[in-house]
Design a protein around this ligand. Structure first.
Ligand SMILES: Cc1ncc(COP(=O)(O)O)c(C=O)c1O
Length: 382
């Protein structure tokens, strides 16, 4: 096996053992919206309890198409261009397996959400990593241009980005789109944080740029927008010829996502549109609070423009590496984080970084903040 167990999910288990505050794995510790939960209960009562159509129940595919039109500005056919999967996790691996042949190359921006590494390995491809440079996490245009070649099949994008909080600008996306169009490369874009934006940042879907609709797979889910990470409902939106392949892989991977939860997801996507502003505002408050807390505790923090993570540099604390420091934080300080190396192809590249997440109640964040103060008041024992 060429990859290890998920470090992020392992940190959650270590955190439970030490009764730490879990700012490692990105899931909310507050309730999901009541009306969506009610829709799920109703769906079970109404007996949506058998397999749905493999590629998704019609009501959800219609709701996805409607929302993609009003929020992302792209019109799609729910009958031929949408595949509902078990979370965006399955949507990503099903998409890559559907379009990438062994030996072909996939471009991935680094640091990256840790699943993308194993995803590229599982589809037999050769990943090519392009560095996002701090503090603003920009990429070098020449480096990206040089990465495209005849073997390149896909480029994986994630905006707003985990772990950096980067929101790709229109200019950056146009630069990427031009390369995709030139080389016939598919953009596979994970946009699950599309509503979690700060300081007036704007989310742009690469599928909405001229010419890209037919060369993009847009991946999304209900996990982050509606605080429903445990329901495992996500989807891939792609032109019909790509969707046909994605549906075949999806069918044999999982058959389908849970039927009653798909029905409830359709209700979620039709929630009052004010919900999204309220969500972004609540996250802005949490981001501002945690950013201040980690800076006061001595971390060098990169202010996120979107998503719900703060990437930090901790080299000056003097630990041998990020994993040692993350274990110190959970065992001695009582706060679980994710070591930066899990977001890099070469672990040492993330060797001085630590990621915090903040989809948590303010109370939880206050508790974490109190504990982090120990780093200032008690001598750090390496
Ligand atoms: C960028 C990114 N994509 C996908 C996922 C997983 O999403 P899902 O619950 O829809 O499978 C996460 C979870 O943290 C994520 O950060």
């Amino acid at each position: 096996m060429k990859f290890t167990e998920s470090v992020i999910r392992d940190m959650t288990r270590v955190c439970l053992k030490h009764q730490g505050v879990n700012l490692a794995q990105g899931f909310p510790d507050f309730p999901a919206p009541a009306e969506i939960k009610e829709a799920a209960i109703q769906a079970i009562r109404s007996d949506f309890n058998q397999y749905a159509i493999t590629w998704g129940t019609p009501s959800l595919r219609q709701a996805i198409a409607d929302k993609f039109s009003w929020y992302n500005g792209v019109t799609v056919d729910p009958d031929t261009e949408i595949t509902v999967c078990c979370g965006s996790t399955e949507a990503m691996i099903a998409s890559l397996m559907a379009i990438v042949n062994p030996g072909e190359e996939v471009i991935v921006f680094e640091p990256f959400y840790e699943n993308y590494g194993p995803d590229t390995i599982l589809c037999g491809s050769q990943p090519r990593f392009i560095t996002l440079h701090e503090p603003d996490w920009h990429f070098d245009g020449k480096e990206l241009t040089d990465a495209f070649n005849n073997k390149t099949k896909a480029i994986v994008l994630n905006t707003p980005n985990n772990p950096t909080g980067k929101v790709f600008s229109r200019e950056e996306l146009q630069f990427i789109a031009d390369l995709c169009l030139k080389w016939g490369v598919v953009a596979v874009t994970d946009e699950i944080y599309e509503h979690i934006l700060y300081d007036g940042a704007e989310h742009i879907s690469i599928a909405s740029l001229p010419g890209m609709r037919d060369q993009t797979i847009t991946i999304n889910s209900i996990s982050k927008t509606y605080s429903l990470t445990g329901w495992r409902v996500g989807w891939a939106i792609a032109p019909a010829h790509l969707t046909a392949s994605i549906r075949k892989v999806h069918d044999f991977l999982t058959v389908g996502a849970p039927h009653p939860l798909q029905e409830a997801a359709a209700a979620a996507l039709q929630i009052d549109r004010n919900y999204y502003q309220t969500l972004a505002k609540a996250y802005q408050e949490r981001r501002d609070f945690l950013l201040r807390a980690v800076e006061e505790a001595g971390f060098l923090a990169y202010c996120p423009k979107g998503a719900y993570y703060i990437m930090t540099d901790v080299g000056h604390f003097g630990f041998s590496d990020d994993v040692t420091f993350a274990f110190y934080l959970v065992e001695k300080v009582g706060v679980a984080t994710v070591p930066g190396s899990s977001f890099y192809s070469v672990p040492s590249r993330g060797g001085t970084k630590i990621r915090f997440c903040f989809p948590k109640r303010m109370e939880t964040l206050r508790q974490a903040s109190e504990r982090l103060k120990k780093l200032k008041t008690e001598p750090v024992r390496k």
